[in-house]
Design a protein around this ligand. Structure first.
Ligand code: FCB
Length: 778
């Protein structure tokens, strides 16, 4: 095999899925699917009516294989029961046309479009769905089994279970760890039962692989890890990969996973005989690879809902090249993955069933020069070839995807196709990557020379001007003649030149501006507000963004802010109004722009936020008072409509419960006087009171004053602790024990959270740990 050739009989193809391309969602008796309910797909690529034209494109590419998916609700509109023969007829026409074109069909039976009627009965969290799936598999196989030789049961069960039922960012949008684990098991069971139904055809399962590594390893794959990072990597690997690989290929769940499942979902849903059904021998494993999963240990991090059991692990953004999805480009992780699969499951044949990239395409006069996409595919094919040399049993490569199509929750803005689709006219047009892939297939390997991204020199040469002139035009300088400007812009257009972040922003319609929305700080909140302005500005400006500061203090200012954001004058918003988010959050969420909050919102929402560990901090202060021998503790809290105050009360209550006592509660307004009055009430009602915890330092300072007036010695008779560590807490007499809520960390986390949102990365809220500062008052 020459340095760039692939083995003889290597399968070259492309993958698509029904919901992403077919459209015609109400045509010829198709029933609704969970994705119809979750998002409005419109016509997608109208492939249902244009399949013959699309098979023409496959022929032009010269592929030998085409992986498509069958829409369950097109064949069985309600998921079980009545069969829609018109649906089966469509897939028969498709398969016959493929075979007529000399292309081998590979059919996937489940690519996420569950019939809505089955979701209404509990969806994948319900066991019956697996049996219905096997029945549906049998129906399709009865019609097409004589012509389709290789079947894939389920595509990416992790995504279906954990994004559909765990984080809820995919249909059906449920957010329950229990349902997610149950769904994962039932998807595996569905695979096993369907495998039996599909015999004697060849059967495979398709899994999504995101080799798990730390940010350091992205640059150096062989890097050794400290123990806590190694643990984080192993834990995510188990949830993402081994949860599926081990039951299917070895007949058992990983031992360390069972307690995690049990904690969220119990184990009753895993019944006798299930694992035997799930571990039917398969003929091949489909490997979908796009990007690694990058994590590191971070003790304060709450669990990500897509990975129940992942508390203490941070999903990281890495400063490496990314696609427009924000997915890091790491071709070297592919040989790593294939080596591992070959080592651990040596008998399993593999096929790369999906790999490809979303980049912003520029349509120019003479075509779509998607050099980034070509480079991406080429680098991954080189990496694949290395793996095959090493002995990985990979029989084929199916590119994602033939057409620009509907990218699930992201809609139509994502461009994975080697054919551009104009969704207004449904016209298909080959990108350079289509021509390039055709050549790869024709020569069964890669060419020796790589296409290069057009440079400013190329633009200057095409426009017959100097490089300096081209550069001046690109920078918008006025000192250039209008003829020179016109010819440079023409060259830019023709070459599809995308020079740098600024010009790219024109293409992506990014403004590179961020709105930082503030309220006037509440008493004690000044340091936090100042830190937010200081750190958010420096982190975001460091990342090349401009900051627009906006004060939200009146109804009029709220209206102006919403208008500004709706007009897309910014790429994202940081709402730094702890305790006061409410309706403004809701209106900003509806604009669809990336939004992050300072402070946990009062109602659970999907908007990520940064907050301090209020519960843990209050528990620490309370435990400290208990450890000092105090037995009669009172809490001054207020105002109780603030989420942070509620959480601090919860932390206090939890700690007391563990010690076997109950809280004595006095509520207050957030002022010193109100804190003093509350302390007086507590002292009057409970003469044996020997400690007070206040939910803020202002209230605690008021309590100090009341204690002194009542003739109580602090800390001898009465210990007092506060929260927030404002400057005054260290200057009182005696100085005040308090809980420190680190302001700089919150501000930095806020800025980083917004940056990862802007990159389209999966993000979760951040809870910053607090620290107990013990002083003389306790
Ligand atoms: C995979 C899906 C596929 C497509 C690509 C980009 O996870 O299987 O449908 O969305 O991602």
């Amino acid at each position: 095999m020459s340095s760039a050739a692939f083995p003889e009989n290597f399968v070259w193809g492309v993958s698509t899925s029904a919901y992403q391309i077919e459209g015609a969602n109400a045509a010829d008796g198709r029933g609704p699917s969970i994705w119809d309910t979750f998002s409005d797909s419109q016509a997608a690529c109208d492939h249902y009516h244009r399949y013959a034209e699309d098979i023409g494109l496959l022929k032009d590419l010269g592929v030998t294989a085409y992986r498509f998916s069958v829409s369950w609700p097109r064949v069985v509109p309600r998921g079980s029961g009545r069969i829609n023969t018109a649906g089966l007829d469509f897939y028969e026409r498709l398969v016959d046309e493929l075979i007529g074109a000399g292309i081998t069909p590979y059919a996937t039976l489940y690519h996420w479009d569950l019939p809505q009627a089955l979701e209404d009965k509990g969806g994948w969290a319900t066991r019956d769905t697996a049996a219905h799936f096997a029945d549906y598999a049998r129906v399709v196989h009865d019609r097409l089994g004589d012509r389709v030789d290789t079947w894939f049961t389920v595509n990416e069960p992790w995504v279906a279970a954990f994004l559909g039922y765990g984080s809820g960012i995919h249909a059906p949008g449920r957010t329950s760890a229990a349902d997610a684990f149950r769904s994962a098991h039932h998807l595996l069971l569905a695979h096993g039962l369907a495998t039996q139904a599909l015999r004697p055809s060849k059967v495979g399962l398709v899994l999504n692989f995101g080799p798990v590594m730390t940010p350091g390893q992205v640059g150096d794959l062989s890097m050794e890890l400290p123990e806590e990072d190694a643990e984080a990597v192993a834990r995510i690997d188990t949830l993402l990969h081994r949860q599926f690989l081990e039951p299917v290929l070895r007949g058992a769940y990983p031992a360390e996973l069972l307690p995690v499942i049990e904690r969220s979902a119990g184990l009753d849903h895993i019944q006798d005989g299930d694992l035997a059904a799930i571990s039917q021998p398969i003929d091949l494993l489909g490997v979908n690879y796009y990007a690694p999963t990058v994590v590191q240990a971070q003790p304060s991090q709450p669990a990500d809902p897509a990975y129940p059991g992942s508390a203490g692990i941070l999903f990281c953004t890495v400063p490496t090249a990314v696609t427009a999805m924000g997915w890091p480009i790491v071709p070297d992780a592919l040989p790593l993955l294939l080596r591992r699969l070959s080592r651990e499951y040596p008998d399993t044949r593999l096929m790369l069933t999906e790999n490809g990239a979303d980049f912003v395409d520029v349509i120019s006069g003479d075509g779509i020069h998607d050099v980034d996409r070509i480079n991406f595919i080429e680098e991954h094919l080189r990496a694949l070839r290395v793996s095959i040399e090493e002995g990985a049993r990979v029989g084929g490569y199916l590119l994602w995807s033939l057409l620009d199509c509907l990218e699930w929750a992201d809609g139509y803005q994502r461009k994975f196709g080697v054919y551009h689709v104009d969704f207004a006219t449904q016209r298909r047009r080959p990108k350079d990557s289509a021509h390039w892939y055709r050549d790869v297939i024709k020569r069964n390997g890669l060419g020796e020379s790589r296409p290069k991204r057009p440079t400013l020199e190329t633009v200057a040469a095409r426009a017959s001007v100097s490089r300096a002139t081209a550069s001046r035009v690109m920078n918008g300088e006025a000192s250039v003649s209008s003829e020179a400007r016109a010819s440079v812009l023409r060259a830019v257009q023709e070459l599809g030149y995308v020079p740098n972040a600024a010009a790219r922003s024109l293409v992506t319609r990014r403004t590179e501006s961020i709105a930082l929305v503030l309220s006037a700080p509440r008493p004690g909140g000044e340091a936090l507000t100042a830190a937010v302005v200081q750190y958010v500005t420096s982190v975001l400006e460091g990342a090349g963004k401009r900051i627009t500061l906006m004060l939200a203090d009146t109804a009029e200012s709220h209206r102006r802010i919403v208008q500004h954001v709706e007009a897309r004058l910014v790429d994202g918003v940081i709402l730094a109004m702890p305790d006061r988010t409410g309706p403004l959050t809701e209106r900003l969420t509806r604009t669809g722009l990336p939004l992050v909050l300072l402070g946990k919102p009062p109602v659970a929402s999907l908007v990520p936020y940064v907050d301090v560990d209020n519960i843990g901090g209050a528990a620490a202060a309370t435990n400290h008072l208990l450890a000092a021998g105090r037995r009669n503790l009172g809490i001054i809290c207020g105002p109780l409509d603030l989420v942070s105050v509620q959480d601090r009360l919860t932390g206090h209550r939890n700690a007391l419960e563990r010690a076997g006592t109950h809280p004595l509660i006095a509520t207050a307004d957030p002022t010193l006087e109100s804190g003093a009055a509350a302390a007086r009430r507590l002292l009057a009602d409970n003469p044996r009171l020997d400690a007070v915890f206040a939910t803020s330092d202002h209230l605690a300072i008021g309590a100090l004053r009341a204690a002194r007036q009542a003739g109580r010695r602090v800390p001898e008779d009465l210990a007092i602790a506060g929260f927030d560590d404002i400057d005054a807490a260290s200057c009182t007499t005696p100085s005040l024990t308090t809980v420190q809520a680190p302001v700089a960390e919150q501000a930095m986390a806020l800025a980083r959270l917004l940056l990862s949102r802007l990159e389209g990365r999966h993000t979760t809220s951040v809870i910053v740990p607090t620290r107990l500062v013990v002083r003389e008052s306790t």
